[in-house]
Design a protein around this ligand. Structure first.
Ligand SMILES: Nc1ncnc2c1ncn2[C@@H]1O[C@H](COP(=O)(O)OP(=O)(O)O)[C@@H](O)[C@H]1O
Ligand SMILES: [Mg+2]
Length: 302
């Protein structure tokens, strides 16, 4: 019998792009005769007692053979795993990917190339003890302009470029209490990057993104997409990055370093797939489903 799956997305986010992503995956599963149910995270309540771990849900919803998790609800993903369900991507991968600090630490521990990065010391809330002068060493190491990136953010919205000490101090004062990194600005990559979609051990689609008036290449920041034939180096790096965080599928962003040598910018564990389809005609959902089915058939050992 074919396995049955759930596709989970976040029921609290506005707009329909999250449901759209889930529906693409559902359609790809149906192509392979695999039935899936799309469920919002807020339809599933994680329930813990002294002798059970369960999920309170509608009585018609039975536990699936696998879950494709398009959300970042790490606790829910982990609950499903604790109940014995295989979750794609797994909760640990989602957790690392969601947190840019954890991501850079993991990538650096695998000795993969990244821009030089300095991590903010933990601050619980805006603090009277805060002194932007704490970061003088960072200026010496990274220089200006400098990238400041919140640990939690997406669509380029929490990524900033500061050009001098004054701008840096203003931004740091605004970010008090939030985790962030200070990062070397890779000027050769101004306004452009490469997005590669990795599934399993393959790069299945790639595009460059180029913004005219912004250092960030995100499509939401005005980046124009162009289909891209990745070099062997780019492909190997994207695959190594995805594997470093244990991802079954990922959207890996690479920066153009000196001489166009690739550097890892970030790894998205729940990268949306409509833009890459519009640009390249590749439906990444198809290879995601193929990978999930191959893992299930092999007993999860892939
Ligand atoms: N160190 C850097 N040097 C140059 N450009 C960068 C750097 N870091 C990020 N960018 C640009 O900003 C964009 C957004 O950064 P990213 O880390 O991918 O955050 P997000 O999760 O918001 O997409 C990247 O796609 C890239 O174009
Ligand atoms: Mg990005």
């Amino acid at each position: 019998m074919n396995p049955k799956g759930w596709i989970i997305y976040n029921g609290y986010l506005p707009g329909n792009k999250f449901l759209d992503f889930a529906e693409w995956i559902q359609a790809a599963a149906l192509h392979r005769n695999v039935q899936t149910k799309i469920i919002k995270n807020n339809q599933l309540l994680t329930y813990l007692t002294n002798n059970s771990l369960d999920i309170i849900r509608d009585s018609t919803i039975t536990l699936p053979d696998f879950v494709i998790f398009t959300d970042k609800d790490i606790y829910l993903a982990r609950q499903l795993e604790l109940m014995g369900v295989r979750v794609f991507n797994n909760s640990r991968t989602i957790e690392i990917s969601d947190d840019k600090i954890a991501s850079y630490q993991t990538i650096a521990a695998h000795k993969l190339p990244i821009p030089k990065t300095i991590v903010s010391p933990k601050m619980f809330a805006p603090s009277v003890a805060f002194d932007p002068g704490d970061y003088q060493e960072a200026i010496n190491e990274l220089g200006f302009p400098m990238v400041i990136k919140e640990a939690f953010g997406s669509f380029g919205e929490q990524v900033y470029l500061v050009h001098n000490k004054q701008e840096m101090h203003t931004k740091l004062s605004e970010l008090q209490g939030k985790p962030f990194v200070l990062q070397e600005f890779v000027s050769t990559s101004y306004g452009r990057d490469i997005r590669l979609h990795v599934t399993g051990e393959k790069v299945v689609a790639a595009m460059t993104r180029h913004a005219q008036n912004d250092f960030r290449a995100n499509v939401t920041a005005g980046g124009k997409m162009q289909t891209h034939q990745p070099t062997t180096d780019e492909k190997n790096l994207a695959i190594a990055a995805a594997q470093a965080i244990g991802a079954d599928f990922a959207g890996v962003d690479l920066l153009f370093g000196p001489n166009e040598s690739p550097l890892i910018c970030e790894i998205n564990s729940n990268a949306h797939i409509r833009n890459i389809y519009d640009c390249t005609g590749v439906n990444v959902a198809e290879s995601m489903i193929d990978h999930v089915l191959a893992c299930i058939e092999s007993g999860g050992s892939l």
